[in-house]
Design a protein around this ligand. Sequence first.
Ligand code: NDP
Ligand code: HSE
Length: 436
Amino acid sequence: MNPIKVGLLGIGTVGSGTFNVLKRNQEEIRRRAGRGIEIAVVADLNTERARELTGGTVDVVSDANDVVTRPDIDIVIELIGGYGIARELVLKAIENGKHVVTANKALLAVHGNEIFEAARKKGVIVAFEAAVAGGIPIIKALREGLTANRIQWIAGIINGTTNFILSEMRDKGLDFDTVLKEAQQLGYAEADPTFDIEGIDAAHKVTLMSAIAFGMPVQFDRAHVEGITKLSAIDIKYAEELGYRIKLLGITRRREEGVELRVHPTLVPASRLIANVEGAMNAVLVQGDAVGATLYYGKGAGAEPTASAVIADLVDVTRLHTADPNHRVPHLAFQPDELSNVPVLPIEEVTSSYYLRMRVSDETGVLAEITRILAEGGISIDAMLQKESREGEPQTDIIILTHLTREKQINAAIRSIEALQTVLSPVTRLRMEELN
Ligand code: NDP
Ligand code: HSE
């Protein structure tokens, strides 16, 4: 059988990794797919670099529109990124009857409903394994491997750049900007690194996982997003003293009233496997009612790890593209007419445990007042740490860990605590998850 013909849009970090792995392992991949997979054309703005990278073996064009309309192309791989031109090209490829493979989580988290609907109407596949957690086959696991389960929650370290920054800052005492530059050089960071450090990239990914896990449309605009830029070194240190590590987690949880969908720095007990995931590594913990907890770990970014997932999709599409569209795995795991409109809960309705740090005057009765406010708010204390005040400085830090409580209750208590004259700083509040 003739090889299936592929058009590659964007030969940057992931595009070049995909080209190289496909070339290196072509025989192994052909034996698995049942026919060869051939990149016939590459579109990139920098045609000179594209020709160098491909060694003159394929057509190179500067206008990606020429690829998505080319009659001999069966599959288009979109590795440009962003929501602008990428959306236009993906929709145009679908309109032209091409299957699409993409690593673009931003595009799918924001425009996924429109893109999946267009693909359904046209009977083509949009595959996106590489969009979540790089080389880890988490989409496959959620859509197929765990299909028997009612998923209860997912919690993941799903942004390599921020995990790398937090690890390097903690272990090597390096400063934020130095480590971010290193992550950019290593090809982990997004074109706009604010997407990484402000938690937006992780929110794109957890939005996709949430839709697949709970059978609902993608709802990125309802996600609560906090990054690591406001996290201070002192909280990383105090968390360690209390037996916790701080990780940027993407969390989605099924509750009776709706679904939680959130990204924020989170204290996790240091004894948990996920708390020990360091550097650019990713890990996703999934709790299903039948299987219990399952953990997926691996490289979440970088050229070849991401290429591994892109090519897995290419092989899937190659095997399935002639199958009846009704017999394929639905894009969001559930049949499109079976998606539910379960609401995403506002952050005030989320339940979590909390870490509270405050600077107080070191005088009689301060602690009693704070604990009274918490008790009146129905908030139960799990642990407490009071630092010794320095000589000549009658002030100290108090750190309180709470049991599970609703976010609006903790916010009300914080407002009352901050109104006390003896509390000298705004209260730092971080969420904690036991993940057991
Ligand atoms: P890069 O910026 O390295 O590559 C993008 C490539 O697309 C560049 O070569 C760029 O050319 C080219 N390009 C830009 N605009 C056009 C256009 N209009 N037509 C043709 N080519 C164009 O990005 P990455 O490879 O890092 O990321 C690609 C996608 O993969 C993104 O969606 C990203 O989120 C996702 N991803 C990335 C991972 C990673 O580890 N890097 C991991 C998982 C997903 P030029 O450089 O000249 O602008
Ligand atoms: N910028 C992303 C990260 C790339 O750091 O995880 C992988 O999606």
